[in-house]
Design a protein around this ligand. Structure first.
Ligand SMILES: [Zn+2]
Length: 454
């Protein structure tokens, strides 16, 4: 049972690979092993944002001949990219079952010259080594969808409009990654920092950001910035991570007959007593904080005192401290509800019935965090937006970027371009009109950070 805030969560991560995977020279490995101990000691402290990293200004970046070629290639690859998006989206990828779609994208990464591998979390990683191997920019898009196995996922085309579950979330993100990788490959552009492309697992639902957690664990020592590509829209930059916790509370008792055992402790009664106490918890407007009892499961028949009652509760806040407070209120309310039920049972003469037992279980946790206003990553995407004439606003949301942001690693989440609607529904749609803008925006941002060979 966890009861940790985001900062304490940082301690769970450890460094397993200080440098990028692949064919690392022996001297690097020796050097890495020497500094490993020092770095491991510093891991409990969030890594400071690399504010000292200079970016290449976008206006001068676009003067580079090869950068111009990559931008032109993105324009040329429009229909190819849409074809890949459809192929990928027609391969089922429910959370925890992403491997078939992952293998398809691994082949696309490989054909774009990336060094590919799949890690133990099901992340497909495509590495594009830079001139300096020790620094890297991670560009990720989640593989998984919210749709259970068996959902019809054929993509229907009506003019430019595509309809199908997951076509935008995250078909648009995956398509942006393969388009970028191919455009970079065809122009043979060299970057200073390495570029790590990752189609990651477990972003949705109860995946609990497992894929991104693993990527950060693996590459933490070399990561300078993370760009998570999720959905289509180009009108936002997610720089603030919304923290959330999902908890299950299960109450168990002896159970009995509604008439014969009337008065004995009833887990449903105890749960409803506890929840009604919790519902009057005051939450602030700022930092915005919310709660929801989303699922209640209990009972076998109407004339049975059931043996077990379960509730699933979602807690969200712009502040970790408010989340701590809210979780404490939930626990206290449930304990008080059980206490009242036991007292009522004792009053009814059921003094020897067993105590209702309380078990809390974490169903997932997304730690909070925020990209500082002066971060080079933010400056890079703002310059890209200015160059492309794109209007965008800063946004708080719950995405893969939560994990790096919670550890002090500069990160944003953005869309892959195009238009979309109906996310997480069977009528989800995507229109690639304007996709190029989204892909170019990501390209200029990562090249501004990674640096390009003159
Ligand atoms: Zn998504």
């Amino acid at each position: 049972m966890r009861k940790a805030g985001g900062r304490r969560n940082a301690a769970r991560f450890f460094l397993s690979a200080p440098y990028l995977s692949g064919f690392v020279p022996l001297v690097h490995l020796l050097f890495a092993s020497c500094i490993l101990g020092v770095m491991a000691l510093s891991l409990r402290v969030p890594r400071p944002v690399a504010a000292d990293t200079p970016i290449t200004p976008v206006p001068s970046l676009v003067q580079n001949k090869r950068v111009a070629q990559v931008l032109a290639a993105i324009d040329q690859f429009g229909s190819w990219t849409t074809e890949q998006q459809i192929l990928l989206c027609e391969i089922p990828a429910p959370t925890f079952q992403e491997s078939a779609r992952g293998e398809a994208i691994r082949k696309l990464f490989a054909s774009a010259g990336l060094r590919t591998r799949t890690d133990s979390a099901g992340n497909v990683i495509g590495e594009r080594p830079g001139l300096s191997r020790k620094d890297a920019i991670l560009i990720s898009a989640h593989l998984d969808t919210v749709f259970p196995p068996g959902t019809p996922i054929k993509v229907h085309r009506d003019g430019r409009r595509l309809t199908g579950p997951g076509i935008s979330d995250n078909g648009a993100g995956l398509a942006a990654l393969v388009c970028l990788a191919r455009a970079l490959h065809i122009t043979k552009i060299r970057t200073q920092f390495s570029l790590l492309f990752a189609a990651n697992s477990c972003e949705e639902g109860e995946g609990n950001l497992r894929g991104m957690r693993k990527l950060i664990e693996t590459f933490r020592g070399s990561l300078r910035s993370v760009v998570a590509v999720d959905g289509a829209a180009t009108d936002h930059i997610t720089t603030m991570a919304l923290a959330s916790r999902r908890l299950e509370v299960a109450l168990t008792g002896a159970g009995g007959h509604s008439w014969a055992d009337f008065g004995m402790p009833n887990p449903v009664h105890a749960l409803t007593r506890g929840i009604s106490k919790f519902l009057v918890t005051r939450v602030p407007d700022s930092p915005r904080t919310t709660f929801n009892v989303g699922v209640i499961q209990a009972g076998t028949s109407v004339n049975t005192i059931c043996g077990r009652a379960v509730a699933k509760v979602d807690l969200r806040s712009e502040s970790e401290a408010e989340l701590d407070r809210l979780e404490a209120a939930l626990r206290k309310s449930i304990e008080a509800g059980v206490g009242e039920e036991m007292a009522a049972a004792a009053e009814a003469g059921h003094t020897s019935d067993p105590q209702i037992e309380i078990a809390f279980r974490s169903l997932g946790e997304r730690p909070g965090g925020e990209l500082p206003a002066g971060a080079p990553l933010l400056e890079a995407i703002r310059q890209a937006d200015r160059h492309l004439n794109n209007q965008s606003r800063l946004e708080r949301s719950s995405t893969d970027a939560n994990i790096p942001l919670s550890l002090g690693i500069p990160a944003i989440a953005v869309g892959g371009g195009g238009r979309s609607g109906g996310a997480h529904s069977l009528c989800e749609w995507y229109d690639p009109t304007g996709r190029e803008l989204g892909v170019k925006r990501i390209l200029l941002t990562i090249l501004s950070l990674a640096g390009v060979e003159p």
